[in-house]
Design a protein around this ligand. Sequence first.
Ligand SMILES: *[C@@H]1O[C@H](CO)[C@@H](O)[C@H](O)[C@H]1NC(C)=O
Ligand SMILES: *[C@@H]1O[C@H](CO)[C@@H](O)[C@H](O)[C@H]1NC(C)=O
Ligand SMILES: *[C@@H]1O[C@H](CO)[C@@H](O)[C@H](O)[C@H]1NC(C)=O
Ligand SMILES: *[C@@H]1O[C@H](CO)[C@@H](O)[C@H](O)[C@H]1NC(C)=O
Ligand SMILES: *[C@@H]1O[C@H](CO)[C@@H](O)[C@H](O)[C@H]1NC(C)=O
Length: 556
Amino acid sequence: MMDTLKFVFFSAFLSVTLTLVNAEDPYIFNEWKVTYGTISPLGVPQQVILINGKFPGPVINCTSNNNILVNVFNNLDEPFLLTWNGVQHRKNSWVDGTPATMCPIQPGTNFTYKFQVKDQIGTYYYFPTTALHRAAGGIGVLQVHSRPLIPVPFDNPADEFAVVVGDWFKKGHKSMKNLLDGGNSIGRPDGLHINGKSAQVGAPAEPSWTFEAGKIYRFRFCNAGMRTSVNFRFQGHDMKLVELEGSHLMQNDYMSMDLHVGQCMSVLVAADQPPKDYYLVVTSRFTKTLLTTVATIRYTGGNGPASPELPPPPPENTAGVAWSINQFRTFRWNLTASAARPNPQGSYHYGQINITRTMKFVNSRNYIDGKLRFALNGVSHKDPPTPLKLSEYFGLAEKEFKYNLIPDEPPPEVEKNCKVAPNVLNATFRNFVEIIFENRENTIQSYHLDGYSFFAVAIEPGRWSPEKRKNYNLEDAVSRHTVPVFPGCWAAVMTTLDNAGMWSLRSEMWERFYLGQQLYFSVLSPEKSLRDEYNLPETSLLCGVVSNLPRPAPYV
Ligand SMILES: *[C@@H]1O[C@H](CO)[C@@H](O)[C@H](O)[C@H]1NC(C)=O
Ligand SMILES: *[C@@H]1O[C@H](CO)[C@@H](O)[C@H](O)[C@H]1NC(C)=O
Ligand SMILES: *[C@@H]1O[C@H](CO)[C@@H](O)[C@H](O)[C@H]1NC(C)=O
Ligand SMILES: *[C@@H]1O[C@H](CO)[C@@H](O)[C@H](O)[C@H]1NC(C)=O
Ligand SMILES: *[C@@H]1O[C@H](CO)[C@@H](O)[C@H](O)[C@H]1NC(C)=O
């Protein structure tokens, strides 16, 4: 690959990097130029954010425990930051790329991210967290293979294909940001894209992928859209779901899959049909108008175009929600597959750990002085000028923000009262917590937690109460980092807060994120020790009130 140079360093590099990375693990070095460019995701030329000239950006193809370096050159006209959705950055929220953890890369400058994909396998994606850049691109897939001697519960596929799908808007990201800043919605998307292209049935299309009869292919799908859940399916081919957000699953066959915003999954597809063209079909879920786009798969030596008849989408409305919940319940963790461990506590028997804290978060859509905001338990998050983690680390937290503005239980009439402020919860290091997302709105939600994976133990219609715990899957729920919460439903997840840092819990639906449906967990280890958390890297950018301050004494 042109833009991924792989270097393997042994001892020489040690002393400089010891605090960040394990020396014996290979390094993958990437140099990325972030620019504006013109492409046509919906068939009409428009301004898009490219990485090394591409949308989607380069695939980071690595192996667990690899050290990843990404030297990002910001050639846009605005500050820029990337986050790595689902990459846990153990002890290292310093590189998480959220507005609370890093100062943005100024235009015309570059900054090098350094992190290790420790003990993780699976499919992830990166995207910009600054302004509303996500609406314009800067998005791509990061895939982590198992280390050579660790068995994978399926045969090596003949090839693997990274597929970024999502909704897309024709409005530019700056006008969309202006809409949100003015208290309005970004409205409905204009279409869907598959890897930056949008083809319609019958239009002559170059094949996006080639199959050789008799082989098996792995597709790694990520929904990196702004707000729309999608369903994907292949003409004439079933899919075997093998990996979901970093976990190997009990392998089931599906004719179509729902993929909510922020989720990634891998399916295997066997090239076992008469050789000709077939469509991959992506349609929107839970939208007023059904959006559809296709991409073409061509068998080598095949003859004949794809049939114009598309496999039908799943039902919509109430039946569609039930369909999607049922599909969620078929996802089971393969307990015998030797994947990387979900966390160092090895919570395989998570069902036997006593819960030390229960938090129930209710989302709401509010108008403050006529302007649209979204909130969790009555607080609509707003980032202060200085990243929260930096003011905390430099001892200025008290001046810059207040911890714990929201209670663990939603206050009464939460939908009616809402205030705008930084939303930060102190969390106790290593607590085993239960988080309930209760969605009283009539639109779907998709939540994600940085720094961790959690066990998604239940999704049910109605309101949550403690008796509902008897319905939890305490055996083989999937360890993942994103969970959908359907209209009028709740979802429960559990995790051990054993990764010190400042971690984003957010709506992956970007209008909601931008307008406040998010919070941060400040997880501090009581002993400030390098065992639990790395020091602020020397290369980290400083900004806001900490710009010119001397760095605090490092942890030892
Ligand atoms: C990605 O990495 C895997 C494992 O090292 C390798 O087998 C595969 O060929 C790589 N794929 C690409 C596209 O470089
Ligand atoms: C910027 O890029 C140059 C050239 O690759 C590199 O030497 C330097 O370390 C980078 N600076 C940062 C802050 O990453
Ligand atoms: C679970 O993983 C094991 C071990 O890799 C594998 O042999 C088995 O086929 C998997 N089970 C299912 C149902 O996928
Ligand atoms: C969990 O709580 C129960 C009841 O309070 C107690 O008996 C048990 O020892 C606890 N288990 C663990 C692992 O702490
Ligand atoms: C939260 O943690 C910070 C940093 O340790 C501490 O200063 C503050 O007192 C804590 N606040 C609460 C309300 O526990």
